[in-house]
Design a binder for this molecule. Sequence first.
Ligand SMILES: [Zn+2]
Length: 257
Amino acid sequence: MRRLLTIIVLLLALILGIGLFAAFTRKNSAASAEETPAAASPLPAETPEPSAEPSPDPSAFTDTESLLVVANKKHRLPEGYVPPDLVTPNIRQTQACQMRREAAEWIAKMAEAAAEDGVTLSISSAYRGEDYQRSLYENYKAQYGTETADTISSRPGYSDHQTGLAADFVEGDGSFDGINFNQSFETTKSGEWLRNHAHEYGFIMRYPKDKQDITGYAYEPWHYRYVGTDAATKIWTAGEFESFEEYYGVDGGDYAE
Ligand SMILES: [Zn+2]
């Protein structure tokens, strides 16, 4: 009799366990089903944008397929990452440049629009591979030491340029004349035009003024990053010199070590 009771109690416990497990699993799959549409793509073609801000899906910042992929001093790209669709953009270049296809298409549209406003946009650097970045960084490190090297160059794997979505703009022939790669680039026709219009073509100023603690870099009015027109417009609208890291609540600032 006692044995029978024990068996019944065990059976009841088992049934209760299965029930709880089923309920738990259903709840979880419902939650992930809700998240899927947002996770699908940062640039939904025709889908109306959800009003919720900012983008809720953290994988968008680590997935190299995403236009919101982050390379900063807290986010390293996958070892040896090379974008799969690098092409030469149709924009004036003072050195041969390559970018991911979508960014290249939009930078060309942007250059055309700027030209209509009487501004000739030129770039001098876009995609930089990890090996190239390594030699660049090691040179600076040998010359100035780690601390200074970290302020003027990214470590290999941590550069926004390695995403294939970033470009450095220059004025004139790109020669260093106190304007190019200098904060006074903001006063040039290109600098001014980009500040007001780049978001319309999907580009954001990646290292805005007075945001070094957040982005990890001092003000670079010449460095723009493609994120798509929706995201770029939202970030631009959020405020003058709003940074990507602030807008999305992404970890930035200095290297962890
Ligand atoms: Zn740059």
